[in-house]
Write a new protein. Sequence first.
Length: 511
Amino acid sequence: MADIQREIERKYEATDPDAGAPALPDLTTVRGVHAAVPRGTHDLDAVYYDTADQRLARHAVTLRRRTGGTDAGWHLKLPVTEDVRDEIHAPLSPAVPRTLLALTRSRTRGAALVPVVRLRSARDLVHLLDADGTLLAEVSVDTVRADRLTDGDATTGWTEIEVELAPDRDPALLDALDKRLRKAGLRRSASASKLARALAETAPHAPPATAPPDPHRGTAAEPVLAYLTAQRDALVLLDPAVRLGTHDSVHRMRVATRRARSTFRSYSRVLDRTATDHLAAELKWLAGELGVDRDAEVLTERLTAHFAELPRPHLVGPVRTRLRTWANARRGGSRRRLAALLNSRRYLALLDSLDALIARPPLRPAAAKDPAKAIHRAARKDFDRLADLIEEAFRQPAGPARDQALHEARKKAKRLRYAAEAALDTLGGPAKRAIRGAKDLQDLLGEHQDGHMTRLTLRELAAQAHAAGESSFTYGLVYGHEESRAARYEAELPAAWEAAERATRALRGTR
């Protein structure tokens, strides 16, 4: 089983490259640091693995096999934010462990991982302690030699200082140490990692590549493709988190698939649907697979909260046990099933198709025109569809027909919101207001839909209880509470709809 650690660190180098190796200043002058205790010199030897075309490095992901020091083994580092990475450890073995191979698959797409760089470091380690002797941070001065293992045998070397925050310590300490290090003549390293620096400094000599001008700049295609790219990147980034069971990662991946699919529909005058419909269908498939457990989880949490709020005399019969049994029966195998999904050829082909579409988008003539006009048109189309469903719901009496119309309206409110998100960089304030208005409406309709599904579940549980000779009193009581909630949501709907209509006017180009 892989071991996961959250790593918060910063790297530094000398401001003047000709001044020699950077020296570590006295860090006990930093507030809260009581002592700087030397922990000796450690010899580290690590071989870094990547695909032949460096797909991991392009995503700021590093995979290494290290010997020496206190943490020998396989290390996979996944970026979280600028200074934060999740480091997954696995024991030493001759080949890359299967767990780590799986966690890189959204980046490698099955391409072979080969040794690319060998780094040997002499690490002088210092522990920063507070007045109680508690570890605050590890500071190391690393003298590095890097040997490229592909494209020749180039070698480079440098010395850098690394500051890593101890677990559960205040990140503000890094800022305080940063000031002291800069005052001593150091600067943040220009490279995100040792591997990135090694690859850059040992790369075969070639004229510097210049990025071609963006052919879509200033056109309607620019915001649409940027939004699609962000969703593709979210899928790739969230893939390891879903495999590791990180909280809310499945939900966020599901949202990314919906956003991408919604973009194809909203901006069909920019991207040709004859080329995107198949990909939209694959995104719908992925969202459905990811949602196998999610819907049951939402209902279970809602009913658990209901039962917790009831006075004890109102809990008649084994209601909690019956709910757990119902929830367990609807679980889809969870981690193992999700791993099979993310390892499937169909899923990896979907990612490849997204890459291909972004690289060579199927643009229609409107894609070359003014982006604001394309956004206004898309938003008006989505709004009109939403308006039709809201009006249909208002015409229906309370019951299944109204519930269905409001459920469909919720989907269209999401689409309008996603269309506004794609317009954020282009329209700014009007897009922000539209996002808020559409989200408020979506949230209200979502609560209504969750209540509808909860009532259906309560009827199912009550029928099971009755068949088993148990009382259905508690299920009926909670059903009545949900009916009251639904009536309140429906009473709030006209005001929420009016607010959404006002908030989206500028996005729709309407006075």
